[in-house]
Design a protein around this ligand. Sequence first.
Ligand SMILES: Nc1ncnc2c1ncn2[C@@H]1O[C@H](COP(=O)(O)OP(=O)(O)OP(=O)(O)O)[C@@H](O)[C@H]1O
Ligand SMILES: [Mg+2]
Length: 280
Amino acid sequence: MKPDVSITSAGGPSTDPTSTAAPSMDAGPAKAGLVDTTLAETSPKRTVPQQAVLVDCHELACTFGAGPSAVVAVHGVSVQIRPRDQIAVTGPSGSGKSTLLHLLGGLVPPTAGTISWPGLGGHPLGSPGRVGTIFQAPSLIPSLDVVENVMLPLLLANTDPAKATRRAHAALRAVDIGFLAARVPDELSGGQAQRVAVARALACRPRLILADEPTGHLDHATATALLTALLAACEQTGAALLISTHDRAIAGRLSRQWVMRDGGLVTASAAADPAGQVTR
Ligand SMILES: Nc1ncnc2c1ncn2[C@@H]1O[C@H](COP(=O)(O)OP(=O)(O)OP(=O)(O)O)[C@@H](O)[C@H]1O
Ligand SMILES: [Mg+2]
C-alpha cells in the first residue's frame, strides 16, 4: 500500500526541472491566537492556491552507508503535501521520521525515488525561507543572541535588517518568549531553545513548516500553547505544517496522521477534503 498518495487533485507527478531524483540526493499563545500584531502587520493573510502541490515524492528512499552496515532509514514513500495541510508523523524511535523530514526539506538527497517542490518554486535550498525547519537536535548558533538567531534566515533571504529585526521580535512574542531576545543559547533551557527554533522558522513566513519533535522538551501546557502558535501562524499564512512527534495529544490536534515503521509509511488516517473525497 502507498498510504499517502492523494487521489483528489490535479496534482500528478511534477515536471519541475529542479526536482531531485535518486541517486543524487501578554496574552500567551493559546489566548491570543498567537498572531502578534507586529507579525500580523508584516504577514497579511496569503491566498495560496489550495491545489498547488508543495512537495511531491514518489517511492522516496534514503539509505545511509553501504554494504552490510547499510541502514535503510526511509523507503517507498510516495506523498504529496499541499498548502494548509496539517500532518502529524508518528512512529517508534528509529522508524525514519527525522530522515523523512530532512528529505522533504531537501536537506538530505534521496538514494532512490524522486522528490520535487513545484509549489515552492524549486529546491528549498535555492529559496531560503520557503521551508521553515525546526530540527530535533539543538540548532541555534551559540555566538549569536536569540534575536540574531531568529533573524539569520531572514537576512540570508535578503530581508532588510530593520524589517528582519521587527519580524524576529514578533516571532519571539508569538511563541511567548519575547523576554529572551537578548540571551545567548547557553543561557536557555532546552524548552526555551526549542521555542527559539520555532520562532526562527515562523519569522520567515515559510510556505511549509517541518517541525521535528518541536515539543519534545516542553511541559504539557507549554507544548499545547506552542502548537497553538504554530497552527495560528499556519492559518494566517496558509503554510502547510508537518510535525514529527511521540506525543499523541499533539498528533491528535493535526488533521492528518502518518505513521512510520521501519522506514516505511504504514498507515495514514483518511480525512475528508472539501470536495468530500478522501485524501490519505
Ligand atoms: N546520518 C546517519 N547515518 C547513519 N544512520 C542514520 C543517520 N541518520 C539516521 N540514521 C539511522 O536511520 C534510522 C532512522 O533514523 P531517524 O533519525 O530518521 O529516526 P526517528 O524516527 O526520527 O527516531 P527518533 O524518534 O528517535 O527521533 C535509524 O536506524 C538511525 O540510526
Ligand atoms: Mg527523530
